[in-house]
Design a protein around this ligand. Structure first.
Ligand code: S3P
Ligand code: PEP
Length: 409
């Protein structure tokens, strides 16, 4: 599906949108419910990634295809490895077969798991024969993906002696690890995170409890971008959010102040207000703790004519696509000057915006969603726009609510 985006109406926006549940919290909650069936979940994400996770958990034998869902791939690897009697082949899209899993597989193998590679060593597809894991200590590199760590942490309380993780190197995407520990705490599992060591105590059964998934903060980032690119006085209300979020991307409420957007927390809603014009020429952020909002911020800066220097982006080349390369190519189509290296993106300030560009999305929902808000400044086309369903199937509908014109070509 190819879409043409524009914004014909008044650029002073006053609208409300309800956003689906966090995909990260959803996929964790689903895994915890599979381990502890008396957990209930509210506000599950309606995303493709949430659906493949649910479906994967319902299978005990045969092929589990998780398409593009990185968290589902990593979380299910740990889950199936620890489930005696279950035997599956875990596979995914072509891109998933290029996303590394060796660190997690080796950690699980050192705990006694039976996992073999079907095609290329270090990458899905993998064959898993579940068995009772008998080791309670494991050492693994922490600088490639936090998803490997979260996967181990979630199965940890179901192991007879819990689990002690010794993390080697600089820990990346730390808020996602804390989110996992936070959800474990909510179901009564005790853990300690000191320096590079995490200990999770065993918990054979949990009390009946309900996990309420907060709406997705990464999805909220596109509305922060819209607010930043709209006229002063615009107000966008988003639900359902809370001030003490488990999601690290809630740092948006601080970052977007730099772009003139103020956030107010009211009951279960956030109100984003374009309070003033942005006066900065350039900004710099280390996004090692919030890698999923790098694309959003780059497009916001470009739309405002600002420069940015974003660092801590070493995980971007192994996500749904090589996001650094993809951002450089697509931002340059709309007139930007961008430099990248293995962990950073630098955008030069410029006020020239090329209209009518066709943005490629590289099977990456965030490429499509990050460029959407730019329609407030110019007309653009988005190729393969259905990719948004990976985390936010209603994205284009919600943009229409805000006054965007979204035409199918
Ligand atoms: O644990 C999670 O839910 C996630 C962790 C992050 O991945 P990395 O730890 O690989 O950076 C993030 O980019 C991804 O969208 C979701
Ligand atoms: C990186 C992402 O997802 P995953 O790793 O779960 O595929 C994302 O949603 O930006």
């Amino acid at each position: 599906m190819k879409l043409k985006l524009s914004f014909p109406s008044d650029k002073k926006i006053t609208k409300s949108v309800a956003i689906t549940g966090s995909k990260s919290e959803t996929n964790r909650s689903l895994l915890l419910r599979a381990l502890y069936p008396n957990i209930k979940i509210e506000n599950l994400s309606n995303s493709d990634d949430g659906e493949v996770m649910q479906k994967g958990l319902s299978i005990s034998k045969g092929i589990v295809d998780i398409h593009h869902a990185g968290t589902a791939m990593r979380f299910l690897t740990a889950y199936f490895a620890s489930q005696a009697g279950k035997e599956v082949t875990l596979t995914g899209s072509q891109r998933m077969q290029e996303r590394p899993i060796k660190v997690l597989v080796e950690a699980l193998q050192s705990m006694g798991a039976d996992i073999t590679y079907i095609k290329n060593e270090g990458y899905p597809p993998i064959q898993i024969k579940g068995r009772a894991l008998d080791k309670s200590e494991v050492r693994l590199p922490a600088n490639i993906s936090s998803q490997y760590i979260s996967a181990l942490l979630m199965i940890a309380p179901s192991l007879p002696n819990g689990l002690k993780l010794d993390l080697v190197g600089k820990i990346t995407s730390v808020p996602y690890i804390k989110m996992t520990l936070g959800l474990l705490r909510q179901i009564g599992v005790e853990s300690h995170f000191d320096g590079n060591m995490i200990t999770v105590l065993p918990k054979p059964a949990v009390e009946e409890s309900t996990l309420v998934v907060e709406s997705d903060w990464s999805s909220a980032s596109y509305f922060y971008s819209i607010a930043a690119l709209s006229e002063v006085g615009s107000q966008i209300e988003l639900s359902a959010y809370k001030e003490n979020s488990l999601q690290g991307d809630s740092v948006l409420s601080t970052i977007y102040r730099d772009f003139g957007v103020e956030t107010t927390f009211e009951d279960n809603k956030i109100l984003l207000k374009k309070a003033r014009e942005c006066e900065l020429k350039t900004v710099a952020y280390d996004l090692a703790n919030a890698p999923d909002i790098a694309q959003t911020i780059s497009v916001t800066c470009f739309g405002l004519g600002m420069g940015c220097h974003l660092t801590g982006l070493h995980t971007l080349p192994i996500k749904e696509t090589d996001r650094l390369g993809a951002m450089k190519t697509e931002l340059e189509k709309v007139g930007a000057t961008v430099e990248i290296n293995h962990e950073s993106l630098t955008l030069k300030p410029s006020t020239r915006i090329v209209s009518g560009a066709s943005i490629d999305t590289y099977h990456d929902h965030r490429m499509a969603m990050a460029f959407g808000p730019l329609a407030l400044k110019t007309t653009l086309k988005v190729n393969d726009a259905g990719v948004v369903s990976k985390s936010y199937p209603d994205y284009w509908k919600d943009l229409e609510i805000l006054g965007f014109q979204v035409e199918k070509l």
